[in-house]
Design a protein around this ligand. Structure first.
Ligand code: SF4
Length: 86
């Protein structure tokens, strides 16, 4: 959980500096609840597929607008491409 950290519920990306934003993103990924996250092998496989996908732009999926590391992290999530790539 991120409860021990300072969080801002009103800030947009444009309001944060880049380092702060990416640190928070990485902390979120690291601390995402075990029961909701995909297992490590599935997570890495999903990201490998994203890394070879033409819709990956600057860490984001052009199909859905998600950061793929966040999307792939969630157990029940799926690729938005039709047909799904993962
Ligand atoms: S379309 Fe699917 S495989 Fe491609 S970047 Fe998006 S989530 Fe990843």
């Amino acid at each position: 959980m991120i409860s021990s950290q300072k969080v801002c519920r009103k800030c947009l990306i444009e309001d944060m500096d880049t380092d702060e934003f990416f640190n928070r993103l990485n902390d979120y990924i690291k601390n995402y609840p075990e029961e909701k996250r995909a297992d490590e092998v599935t997570y890495k496989n999903r990201l490998d597929i994203c890394k070879s996908c033409r819709y990956l732009i600057n860490g984001m999926c052009e199909k859905c607008g998600c950061y793929v590391e966040l999307r792939a992290l969630k157990k029940n999530m799926y690729c938005p491409h039709v047909p799904q790539k993962w």
